[in-house]
Design a protein around this ligand. Structure first.
Ligand SMILES: *Cc1c(COP(=O)(O)O)cnc(C)c1O
Length: 342
């Protein structure tokens, strides 16, 4: 499915579809490597040091995916019979195949989201169970930022992590897109991840690396995480080839996330002219549009014929990333307008 005129496919299904750039590939090809299970890979070690510093922790661990990185965090924080408080629609609860429960015997305690994506402090407070043998032991609060493209504010994060810590809970941040939040807020990634005992960051989303996440925390936490990663089969050998892409992403692709946010705003403005769509103003790199269910399939096909790969459903998500240019955004807007004018 290629656009006839330019031959370029515009893929807006997710920011996971980004391909490594020529410069990133060059960094990968040139990477110094060793056996990382022995701790011998200098590029992995450099990535972990850089990530720890960037996200404000003592240490970090390179993991093959965000799902594994979050699962390692759950396993390292919680014991069998503990529970973690988590958003009803959070990735760590809903989109990771129940790994914490299946592999860790850790019970999730899901909490409904507020309109802004946060979990109300009163709901968190209410969900924390007293020390009573009838109950699972409430042990961890897991939050996600950005959540559905929305940014949780530092004041909220401080209040939520403060509450958790006061009540004796540990805190984990699924910061798959924490750099988008930081760029949007105009603060450092370290500042955006503040207050959490651990943070997981995806290198393979808007940051543009082909594979990988980093889990950051205290030295003692990462020591435990290393054992869990090994058990889950995440110990990789000459992983410096992949870590080089992650390092490149952290060095070159954070500030440019602002371009994706600008493109998302441009797209939302363009689409808001269309009467048949209800478009939500984006905060970062995701645009959401409500569409009549009967039109979804024909719209998806019409976009496909114009070289635009999108997943169209009644609450459609369009994701901007480094392989979608401003010109591409204008082509997407034109394709939508053509479809709805017909
Ligand atoms: C993508 C994502 C993950 C998991 O990342 P994978 O590398 O796809 O396993 C975790 N949390 C959030 C919020 C994500 O968007």
């Amino acid at each position: 499915m290629r656009n006839d005129k330019t031959g370029k496919l515009i893929d807006v299904r997710s920011d996971t579809v980004t391909r490594p750039s020529a410069a990133m590939r060059a960094a990968m090809a040139a990477a110094e490597v060793g056996d990382d299970v022995y701790g011998d890979d200098p590029t992995v070690n450099r990535l972990q040091e850089r990530a720890a510093e960037l996200f404000g922790h003592e240490a970090a661990l390179f993991a093959p995916s965000g799902t594994q990185s979050n699962l390692i965090a759950l396993l390292a924080h919680c014991q069998r019979g503990d529970e973690y408080l988590v958003g009803q629609d959070a990735h760590t609860y809903k989109y990771e195949a129940g790994g914490g429960a299946v592999l860790g015997s850790i019970q999730p305690q899901p909490i409904a989201h507020q309109a802004d994506g946060s979990l109300a402090l009163a709901d968190i407070e209410r969900a924390i169970k007293p020390d009573d043998f009838h109950f699972a032991r409430s042990h961890l609060l897991a939050l996600e930022n950005t959540f559905g493209g929305r940014v949780l504010r530092p004041a909220y994060m401080e209040a939520a992590t403060g509450l958790a810590h006061r009540r004796g809970l540990a805190t984990h941040l699924d910061g798959a897109r924490i750099c988008n939040a930081a760029v949007k807020l105009g603060i450092s990634p370290r500042e955006a991840a503040k207050g959490f005992d651990s943070v997981s960051v995806c290198l393979s989303k808007g940051l543009g690396a082909p594979v990988g996440s980093v889990l950051c925390g205290s030295r003692a936490f990462i020591r435990q995480a290393l054992r869990w990663r090994k058990m889950l089969g995440g110990g990789m050998r000459q992983a410096g080839i992949l870590a080089a892409a992650g390092l490149y992403a952290l060095e070159h692709n954070i500030a440019r996330l602002a371009d994706d946010h600008e493109n998302a705003a441009r797209l939302a403005r363009g689409l808001s002219d269309i009467a048949q769509l209800k478009v939500t103003a984006p905060e970062t790199n995701m645009v959401f549009a409500d569409i009549e269910a009967e039109q979804c399939l024909s719209l998806e096909n019409a976009l496909g014929r114009r070289g635009i790969l999108a997943q169209v459903d009644p609450h459609m998500r369009i994701v901007l990333h480094l392989d979608v240019s401003r010109t591409d955004v204008d082509r997407i807007i034109a394709a939508f307008k053509e479809f709805f004018a017909a």
